[in-house]
Design a protein around this ligand. Structure first.
Ligand SMILES: Cc1cc2nc3c(=O)[nH]c(=O)nc-3n(C[C@H](O)[C@H](O)[C@H](O)COP(=O)(O)OP(=O)(O)OC[C@H]3O[C@@H](n4cnc5c(N)ncnc54)[C@H](O)[C@@H]3O)c2cc1C
Length: 467
């Protein structure tokens, strides 16, 4: 069988199918694996992630995939999330001794950037999520409602929206609240923060992202398959109502019993003929799925400027600062000198797309110096900005109706990708879910069904008393 696309969706489908006994041939256009969740080596030898990627404990399929390819121990999990506002007030989220859903109550009560009124309004909205077990009735309205509208209906204070909901959700979903389907927003809090006391724990790779996929090629090759890099797909050929061949650069054609297309939706859309769209109408509307940007800013200082592994900034352009030197465990800094390497993340960064790189560096540097006193005297020795204009699909209200299933009505044609119908937003977890669902579909059609999708974390503590 053939898998096209070496991101998390293609890799998870490929590895699962290889384990199920298929000879998998994977084709990826770039010279490395990992797709959007990968890293590169700069000309000076520095490893740079495309952007910092984080996971949460509730991402059970991603965790399963890392385990299959021998990378689970490369992820460091943290149970304390730190927040800081421009006035220097800090707050944290850390589970205390209370059972779920009250495990974060202690740290929430002392969260200095929020007022009592903010906390009261957040508490009311959380109770609504809890009582409905993550499915408040208004989420089912035709066409979906935006997260901002959902919050307005629950009379959230301005502070609660700006310093809590927006902070968590823009990072998690890469979109502004007014353009986010409330279903995704509510799900983040239900699965991540309420239903299970460990769901919120944040996992950050302790190695450059590309190293997480070191085991994938081996897993596929050990079972007789192959991984072809620098192999861009150029055309999909049909014989009647079945895919029978795909064509790569240089006219190289390959055939197989089944094909998993694990490309970003924009790339796949460009390869679909009118005939394919007629046979599978679910593929005719990929143009309706919009994209959203993320900007990563990488700063290298001549000395240590930060002790924490990461911090979230409130009400600034910079949303997260990651202490890459600490995360990599290189006390002396990633570049081997006495300096420190920080990576900043700005999700839904529409305002930065047109800005010159130097302007972005200056803006972020000023915010870092404001937030971290240690950075004020430090010398910035190097900086780079990576703008990803199409980082994720935008989780707009009602977007689910445009997301096709992994099994199509065209024989031999299966789909994977974070944008396919998984119920999840564009995340590594969503990509792996899509890969497992595509592999399940291939196995089902072949008459050898198997369950690959992992269950969500079960509700624990006192959560079952609600509803
Ligand atoms: C800047 C940024 C930050 C992010 N942060 C997070 C985060 O913190 N946490 C999180 O969970 N998610 C995050 N995401 C989202 C996450 O990276 C994606 O959801 C996930 O990696 C998508 O995987 P995929 O396999 O569906 O797609 P991709 O990773 O895009 O894989 C598709 C692959 O297909 C290949 N391809 C394209 N065209 C062709 C062709 N014609 N022929 C052959 N191959 C082709 C591409 O090169 C690519 O390797 C972030 C994304 C970005 C861009």
């Amino acid at each position: 069988m053939i898998v096209i696309g070496g991101g998390l969706a293609g890799l998870s489908a490929g590895v699962a199918l290889a384990e199920a006994g298929w000879r998998v041939r994977l084709f990826e256009q770039r010279p490395f694996l990992g797709g959007r969740a990968t890293s590169y080596v700069l000309p000076d030898g520095e490893h740079v992630d495309n952007c910092q990627h984080v996971t949460l404990r509730c991402c059970t399929n991603l965790e399963d995939f890392y385990r299959r390819v021998g990378s689970a121990d490369k992820i460091k999990f943290f149970d304390r999330l730190l927040f800081q506002d421009p006035q220097g007030r800090t707050g944290e989220m850390q589970a205390g001794f209370l059972p779920a859903p009250f495990h974060l109550l202690g740290s929430f009560a002392t969260f200095a950037p929020l007022t009592l009124a903010d906390k009261y309004s957040i508490g009311r909205a959380m109770m609504d999520i809890l009582r409905s077990k993550g499915k408040p009735k208004d989420l089912e309205e035709a066409g979906g409602i935006s997260m901002l509208e959902w919050l307005r209906r629950r009379k959230q204070t301005r502070g609660a929206v700006e310093r809590f909901w927006r902070v968590v959700l823009v990072s998690a979903l890469d979109e502004e609240l007014e353009r986010t389907d409330a279903r995704y927003g509510v799900d983040v809090f239900w699965k991540g923060f309420l239903s299970n006391h460990t769901g919120y724990r944040m996992g950050v790779p302790g190695v450059p992202l590309a190293q997480l996929y070191d085991g994938c090629k081996g897993e596929i090759e050990r079972r007789g398959g192959e991984v072809n890099l620098r192999a861009p797909l150029r055309a999909i050929h049909l014989a009647g109502s079945a895919v029978n061949k795909v064509e790569f650069d240089g006219g190289r054609q390959e055939s197989a019993e089944a094909f998993v297309f694990a490309l970003p939706h924009v790339a796949l859309d460009g390869l679909l003929s009118e005939e394919i769209k007629r046979l599978e109408p679910g593929l005719a509307n990929l143009g309706e799925i919009r994209v959203a940007p993320i900007t990563g800013v990488h700063l290298w200082f001549d000395r240590e400027v930060m002790r924490e592994p990461f911090v979230t900034l409130l009400e600034t352009t910079t949303q997260w600062i990651f202490n890459k030197s600490a995360l990599y465990g290189t006390a002396k800094g990633a570049s081997g000198d006495k300096g420190q390497y920080l990576q900043l993340v700005i999700s839904a960064s529409y305002d930065l797309l047109q800005k010159p790189r130097q302007e972005i560096i200056d803006l972020c540097l000023a915010e870092v110096r404001q937030a971290l006193p240690g950075a004020r005297e430090a010398v910035l020795t190097k900086a780079t900005v990576i703008k990803e204009a199409a980082a994720t699909f935008s989780p707009q209200p009602g977007v689910d109706r445009w997301r096709p299933k992994q099994e199509t009505s065209i024989r031999g044609m299966f789909l994977a990708g974070d944008w396919t119908a998984t119920g999840w937003p564009a995340t590594m977890e969503g990509a792996v879910r899509s890969g497992y669902l595509a592999a399940e579909a291939v196995l089902r059609v072949a008459g050898t069904p198997k369950t690959l999708l992992q269950p969500d974390l079960p509700p624990d503590g006192l959560v079952r008393m609600f509803g």
